[in-house]
Ligand binder design. Structure first.
Ligand SMILES: NC(=O)c1ccc[n+]([C@@H]2O[C@H](COP(=O)([O-])OP(=O)(O)OC[C@H]3O[C@@H](n4cnc5c(N)ncnc54)[C@H](OP(=O)(O)O)[C@@H]3O)[C@@H](O)[C@H]2O)c1
Length: 279
């Protein structure tokens, strides 16, 4: 038996077991099984001992909110995506060691590659500075290059300051192309990303004024990392203005695909069945 888990708290809403168990069946990995496990913070260390214990046959683990950073002290190594972002969403075994890896950042980057083809200078507004924000910023630093600009805005400015400090370690441009903005100051950009949790319920609204984007129409992409609901107010309003839109569905599916690839070596297909699970 090869066992896989997603750990977090809360965990009831997680679609990861359905996705990975579908792939295990599709690719005929009959002895593999994926479950969710809700953990309290004080249980993290014991769970990592369980992963190390060969008799438990645990081959891989996904980590979700609120443990992506808290799990790090219990692991042996961090990959080149989890070390800079200090965020682990995937654990795999290598030569008897437990390696923390981050597939959120590569998944996010992949969803944006096509969008920027038309732009020489790439200007971006990143809203939010919570757990997923370093992964998004890491990918953006790779995408924008020297001539782009990344604006950061968060309700609590101190967290945006910390995020900027981290961002300045991702690239070495002088002066830094990452700039802090006060909450409410909306700049002219090609891409606006909502990484806050505002929008998980339909009554919630960021309360930011994006009316200037009525003129820019589809020149600007409004990207919400939330995928359930499919359309948050952030997306609904952008659609009304005629802007381009994207939700977090493809990022979510790709982070799962890259984790599956790490564990099994299989390049899983994002087929209609998988899309239906998330819809
Ligand atoms: N598509 C994907 O694969 C994917 C992956 C990861 C996460 N996500 C989504 O990304 C979102 C954020 O996740 P996370 O782990 O970063 O969450 P988190 O660590 O809890 O961070 C929440 C963020 O939302 C902000 N926020 C909360 N309430 C607010 C309010 N009333 N007004 C303004 N800002 C507010 C927080 O600002 P403060 O700092 O001021 O509190 C913080 O920046 C979640 O909705 C999650 O579903 C999607």
């Amino acid at each position: 038996m090869n066992r896989y888990f997603v750990i977090g708290n809360p965990i009831g809403h997680s679609l990861s077991p359905q996705i990975h168990n579908y792939w295990f069946k599709k690719y005929k990995l009959k002895t593999s099984n994926y479950e969710k496990r809700k953990l309290e913070e004080k249980e993290l260390e014991k769970f990592v001992r369980e992963i190390r214990d060969k008799s438990q046959s645990i081959n891989g683990v996904n980590v979700t909110v609120p443990y992506k950073k808290k799990i790090i002290p219990f692991l042996d190594e961090l990959s080149n995506t989890s070390l800079p972002t200090q965020s682990v969403n995937t654990i795999f075994k290598k030569d008897g060691k437990l390696v923390g890896h981050n597939t959120d950042t590569t998944a996010f980057e992949e969803t944006l590659k096509q969008f920027f083809l038309d732009y020489k200078e790439r200007h971006i507004l990143l809203i939010g500075a919570g757990g997923v924000a370093p992964s998004v910023l890491f990918a953006l630093c790779r995408l924008v290059g020297r001539y782009g600009k990344i604006y950061l805005m968060n309700r609590s400015k101190s967290k945006a300051i910390d995020l900027k400090k981290m961002g300045n370690t991702f690239n070495t441009f002088e002066p830094s192309n990452i700039e802090l903005l006060d909450w409410g100051k909306v700049p002219d950009v090609h891409l606006v990303i909502n990484t806050t949790s505002i929008g998980l319920t339909n009554e919630e609204n960021l309360g930011l004024d994006f009316t200037k984007y009525e003129k820019l129409k589809e020149k600007t992409l409004f990207y919400d990392l939330i995928y359930n609901p499919k359309e948050t107010n952030f997306i609904i309003d952008a659609k009304k203005r005629g802007n381009k839109i994207m939700n977090g569905k493809m990022m979510f599916l790709l982070q799962a695909k890259y984790a599956f690839q790490k564990w099994t070596g299989i390049d899983a297909e994002l087929d209609d069945e998988i899309i239906k699970i998330v819809d």
